[in-house]
Design a protein around this ligand. Sequence first.
Ligand code: ADP
Length: 521
Amino acid sequence: MQGDPDSGPLDLTSQLSTADLDATLAEADICVWSLDLITERVTCTETCARLFGIARKDLTDLASFQALLHPEDRQARADAIEHVRHHGGTYEVDYRIVRPDDGRTCWLRSRGRVQSNAQGHPVRHRGVVFSIDAQKHAEAEQKKIEAALRAREAHLQSVLDTVPEGMIVIDAQGVIQAFSPAAERLFGRPADETIGQNVRILMPEPVRSAHDGYLDRYRRTRERHVVGTSRLMTGQRRDGATFPMKIAVGEMRSGDQVFFTAFVNDLTEQHQTQARLQELQAELAHVSRLSAMGEMASTLAHELNQPLGAISSYTTGSMRLLARGDPAVNPQIRQALGKAAEQALRAGQIIRRLREFVSRGETATRAEAVSQLIEDASALALIGAREQGIAIRVGLDPQVDAVLADRVQVQQVLVNLLRNACEAMQQSDRRELVITARPAPPDRVAITVADTGPGIAEEVAARLFQPFVTTKPTGMGVGLSICRTIVEAHGGRLTLERNGPEGATFCMTLSAARRGGPAAR
Ligand code: ADP
């Protein structure tokens, strides 16, 4: 090789001894070989024997090299060599060999060229061979890793494509990086149009304008408001329509970059179901009021008959007195007419309460005087109670003033509890009904209804507030379940406070309020 015009900087090579070159090439694991094209004999360095895993004496000609190649790679190397023999130039070819000494398959790379004499005839073929096994293994390893990554990515993508929640990834500036197919459906926006935009476009005002500020605040303070939790928010579709959504946000760091991933759930259907459920409950409460009224109809008629009968007697008497034409009876007539007017008012009041009670008005809570609630409910529920020998006592703690309540609904609870109490005492010797109201600190009022009936039957007690639980032949068993729904919708509680052979006590708590506001009565 020494002095070869093609082998690089001549001046340096000429200063190196052949021994130096051999040693350097051997240290670099580079085999050098040369093939005399006239004799077809090969000479090569010791490194060749090491690389091919065979004794140097067995590497005598090109065929002995070719025989060591992996059968699949043999042709490619033969073609490359053939090509330069006919056309000149250099070649580089990678191939596998199967080492005869240990049977291992290793990757090698050959670079070579064909040298011609002055007449242009090819005379010598020479080249180098070195191992690229480590590189090929690293490449194979890399390919394996890439394939595994691609498989994982495809798996993740298929999961994200099918989960019903929409997934949105944003960077620290709020720029959308990923937008799943479910998110496309939820927000009515294609991913390719949405990725790259600021996430605020998915929210209505006022959050839309404030969102950059939220991200900024989080960057500065790391105070978590949405990150790491799930929250109810409003989303906005491309057509401007808004919808309730639950979003769960997680934070992810990749290098020094921060990303936020949000999973979005559309709550429209859930809200609609809830609204329908509330409608149905209100309907049921109304039906239950009507049915209570139906059951009470005869006693109500009796109650109305009393003032109407009295009015009739007072007016008939007054007419009789008038017929006398005697001015001396005028004060008597005035008194009788005054009494008739009082009775007319009483009848009117009963009808007013009835009408209110069976009304289907909107739910509206306001400060209601506890005394008035108890008086109105008792007036309806306890009609005829005195005739049954029931002694009624009302104990109002002077500290109790008003509660936050929907009047008709809370009256319904009281009427229900009072009627249950009266019905429970029908067979009792002692018939006492006690209604009390007391403060329940810190901010509640407890209203209790106690009776001296036999108490709640064991088989009923455990399921008392469930619908359709009744021991009465004509009972619907929905009274107490509706009562509990009503009280809980008020933020209060309805419980069985005491139960035993001496009777039952129900207790309802409601938020205390102060009267005097514009809404108070
Ligand atoms: P209904 O009155 O139509 O049966 P409720 O839900 O109001 O429906 O009551 C369910 C059951 O609870 C009643 O059938 C009765 O057995 C029992 N109950 C309710 N209140 C009392 C009470 N004060 N004393 C004894 N049992 C009661």
